[in-house]
Write a protein that binds this ligand. Structure first.
Ligand code: ZN
Ligand code: ZN
Length: 358
């Protein structure tokens, strides 16, 4: 797919030329490099020149073959001192760097090229709108995720630990077409379900517990993200059913707002408004969602302080939750993509408060 990467570099080159009078954009963020070149190794620097012929990918000797396979259209510089070696090839003149460039890399660049200019999140903005190739990978990751959640739901037994479920789910991700987990799975049962970012531990599933599972598969480097809340072993208690009903209503309201041109903040407000009416707004302690793609958290950010607008082919999560400390919590999360016809939810499967472990 070298044409796709060349096209992405062309788009970026146009923006860099318009906004900076620089001779090169020195890119060190690995997800940005993968997006622009296809290269997925763990050490790389990309120099984007003012002309396509000036582009150069640098990495070290471990990746000679991989760089040739993944980024065959680009010249590759192999050097253990990767950054210094590639920066030495840049013609005299101002260079641009990403805002997230490490202090050490900035120092190395400054010593060779002078004080660099710092770009805004222009690559991240390009990445937030997915092309057809990316959507295929994201759909694959989301399908593997949905199928694995369904398979897991059918085999849960009371008494297993959160870690047991996390490991099994991650195996299922690969069985269902994923290449790996997208991030360390959150499996939280009982009072742990009130902790939004609880990590799976040795706590055992007990009858009557809420069970929050927030996890995703990765495919072709693309990350899925999905959360379901179930109840263990018996029909839910009234308070469990009630908070689940409110979270589901909040998620449904936010998803219904998804359309090109809406402000990201409006989506968050739609969910938060439903929870406010239920008197539970202060129990929704995080933003509504985040973009997904080559990283599990990327642009756009969907929250009360978000400033951006929703664009066609953006892919992001919608994940309201209610957390009652010491008792339990509910979160429902889906990954969706914005189409002309509105939202298309990629993580399918019932959102109901399902009884598992019977
Ligand atoms: Zn999640
Ligand atoms: Zn998420």
């Amino acid at each position: 797919m070298p044409e796709i990467h060349a096209e992405r570099r062309r788009q970026l080159r146009g923006r860099v030329a318009a906004e900076f009078g620089a001779v090169a954009f020195v890119i060190t963020d690995l997800a940005n490099i993968r997006y622009l070149t296809g290269f997925s190794g763990s050490n790389a620097v990309l120099v984007l020149g003012t002309e396509p012929a000036g582009d150069l990918l640098a990495t070290d000797g471990r990746y000679v073959d991989q760089a040739a396979i993944e980024s065959g259209d680009l010249p590759v510089l192999i050097d253990r001192a990767t950054l210094a070696a590639v920066v030495d090839t840049v013609a005299p003149g101002p260079v641009v760097i990403e805002a997230g460039t490490t202090v050490g890399a900035v120092a190395a660049i400054r010593s060779r090229c002078g004080e660099p200019l710092v770009a805004g999140p222009i690559i991240e903005e390009l990445r937030s709108v997915k092309d057809a190739t990316e959507l295929v990978s994201l759909e694959l990751a989301c399908r593997a995720t949905s199928q694995a959640f369904e398979a897991l739901a059918q085999e849960i037994v009371i008494g297993v630990t959160e870690l047991d479920l996390a490991r099994r789910l991650e195996q299922l991700f690969c069985d269902c077409g994923g290449e790996d987990r997208a991030f360390p799975s959150i499996v939280a049962t009982g009072a742990n379900s009130a902790v939004p970012h609880h990590r799976a531990g040795r706590h055992r599933l007990a009858e009557g517990d809420l069970l929050v599972i927030d996890a995703g598969a990765r495919a072709d480097g693309y990350h899925a993200d999905m959360t379901r809340t179930w109840v263990v072993g018996r029909e839910p208690q009234e308070w469990q059913a009630e908070i689940h009903r409110h979270v589901l209503a909040a998620q449904t309201a936010a998803v219904a707002e998804v359309a090109e041109g809406r402000s990201a903040r409006d989506l968050d407000s739609a969910a938060r408004g439903v929870l406010r009416e239920a008197g539970l707004e202060d129990r929704f302690t995080h933003g509504l969602g985040h973009g997904v793609g080559l990283e599990i958290h990327e642009a756009p950010s969907i929250g009360p302080r978000a400033t951006g607008s929703i664009m066609g082919n953006m892919a992001f999560t919608v994940e309201p939750g209610i957390y009652l400390p010491g008792r339990g919590g509910v979160r429902i999360e889906d990954t969706l993509v914005v189409t002309d016809a509105g939202p298309r939810v990629l993580t399918e499967g019932s959102r109901g408060l399902r009884v598992v472990g019977v």
